[in-house]
Ligand binder design. Structure first.
Ligand code: GDP
Ligand code: IMO
Ligand code: MG
Length: 427
């Protein structure tokens, strides 16, 4: 069973970094297939804490080859500073491979992201401001710059000219900003080229050959199912496909290769940025989840919006991703509540609805229907097996599993690698 996909089942920040790192020691390749440095993946190894944005979490596992696939958008300055930050801490990054087809986040894409948000005012998406949306827009509009373009100055210049032709009109005439000079952008991008060159590879060929040789490949999603451009809460989404199909297009492997799809699922729910969130809490419980769960964005430092577990969303994630397993994270954060509400369905305009409505209007009107589950007060952070958990914590996990539609194969009881209860092996 060589290829696994590991992805966020909610609105991101479910603990994908920790889960990937946990498996990193047993897999040969860890591949990012979409998104860019909008991600913030925290990995805790012993007393060391790492915040990764663009690099796959497998970079921290010495035996593993980290890969940035064609579906990722790469900000070269972030790439180089993340690499040098890890090198300074003694992490060997020399095995990294970057697809020559991955698109580059140019400085003008970052500018356009920021000015567009400002222009939208109160209708803004609350993006991370990292240039993600404008870079994917350029890709689809066929005016994007790819990693391989850094190695042909004449092509690079032509492409930057084509992209800036329209953007400078927008920036100067609509947004009242200064025009960006082609030469300046080309010079900056060329300045990164030599440093990045050793990593650039035909990653599609490498990964397919590895799979032919029965090597184990793990695809690590950024963001989450409900932030997916097709299947998320559009328009309050990111501009790529974190869902399972994105692993195929974003890495160039066929769907027949993938044998397991693991959804990372927080024992409650969080969201960063704007958009609907039926179980969001505005009271002391929300504040407590934020405090105990340390729910502050790794990338932007924004407080995360917090709410109770939403089983409707979990069921939806099972469906659109074909999940085979869940990895339930942060169960320890729920310790201490006498009763824990879990959203089992929605009430929309007076009617009970069991599945996520496809209509944006309906989803905006969805009110959670809660079932109360009994809580526990015992510290669970040292639990090593399911039977170590208090009875009510076991019942909470079992109830979530039943409502969510796929087996919970691992449970996180703390941020560290070893603070995990493994129920079914992933490999
Ligand atoms: P990602 O974007 O999905 O990788 O998640 P983030 O790293 O943005 O946010 C998850 C946070 O929860 C990080 O600070 C992790 O160290 C932490 N974390 C992951 N799993 C657990 C867990 O089971 N328990 C606790 N208490 N923290 C966890
Ligand atoms: P990880 O991988 C949580 C959100 C932003 C915003 C929307 C669009 O750490 O789970 P973008 O900059 O992507 O155009 O912003 O998506 N967002 C995330 N929220 N976790 C993330 O990544 C996110 N990446 C983007 O807050 O609402
Ligand atoms: Mg995150």
């Amino acid at each position: 069973m060589p290829a696994l996909v590991l992805l966020g089942a909610q609105w991101g920040d479910e603990g994908k970094g920790k889960a990937t790192d946990l498996l990193g020691g047993s897999v040969d390749y860890v591949v990012r297939y979409q998104g860019g440095n909008n991600a913030g993946h925290t990995v805790v190894v012993g007393d060391q804490k790492y915040a990764l944005h663009l690099l796959p979490s497998g970079i921290l596992s010495p035996g593993c080859t980290p890969v940035i696939g064609n579906g990722v958008v790469v900000d070269p300055s972030v790439l180089l500073s993340e690499l040098s930050g890890l090198n300074e801490r003694g992490v060997d990054t020399s095995k990294l491979l970057i697809s020559g087809n991955a698109h580059i986040i140019t400085p003008y894409n970052v500018t356009v992201d920021k000015v567009t948000e400002r222009f939208l005012g109160k209708r803004k998406i609350g993006t991370t401001g990292r240039g993600i949306g404008p870079t994917y827009a350029d890709k689809i509009n066929r005016v994007g710059i790819r990693v391989q373009d850094l190695y042909d100055e004449s092509i690079l210049t032509q492409k930057v000219e084509a992209a800036l032709d329209v953007k400078n009109q927008l920036l100067t005439k609509l947004y009242n900003r200064r025009a960006i000079a082609v030469g300046q952008v080309v010079e900056e991008l060329l300045g990164y080229a030599e440093q990045i060159k050793p990593y650039v590879a035909d990653t599609v060929l490498v990964l397919n050959k590895a799979l032919d040789e029965d090597k184990v490949v793990l695809f690590e999603g950024g963001q989450g199912t409900l932030l997916d451009i097709d299947h998320g809460t559009y328009p309050f989404v990111t501009s790529s496909n974190p869902t399972a199909g994105g692993a195929c297009t974003g890495a160039g492997v066929g769907p027949t290769r993938i044998s397991r799809v693991i959804g990372i699922l927080k024992a409650y729910t969080t969201r960063v940025g704007a958009g609907p969130f039926p179980t969001e809490l505005f009271d002391e419980d929300g504040e407590a989840l934020r405090r105990i769960g340390g729910e502050r964005g790794v990338t932007t430092g924004r407080d995360r919006r917090c709410g109770w577990f939403d089983a409707v969303i979990a069921r939806y994630a099972t469906r659109v991703n074909g999940l085979t397993d869940f990895f339930l994270t942060k169960l320890d954060v729920l310790t201490g509540w006498e009763q824990i509400p879990v959203c089992v369905a929605y009430e929309i305009d007076g009617k009970r609805v069991e599945e996520l409505p496809y209509s944006q209007t309906d989803f905006h009107h969805a009110k959670p229907v809660y079932e109360m589950l009994p809580g526990w007060s015992e510290d669970i952070s040292k639990a090593k097996s399911f039977s170590d958990l208090p009875k009510n914590a076991q019942a909470y996990v079992k109830a979530l599993e039943e409502m969510s539609g796929a087996p919970i194969s691992a449970i996180g009881v703390g941020p560290g690698r070893d603070e995990t209860i493994e129920i079914n092996s992933f490999l």
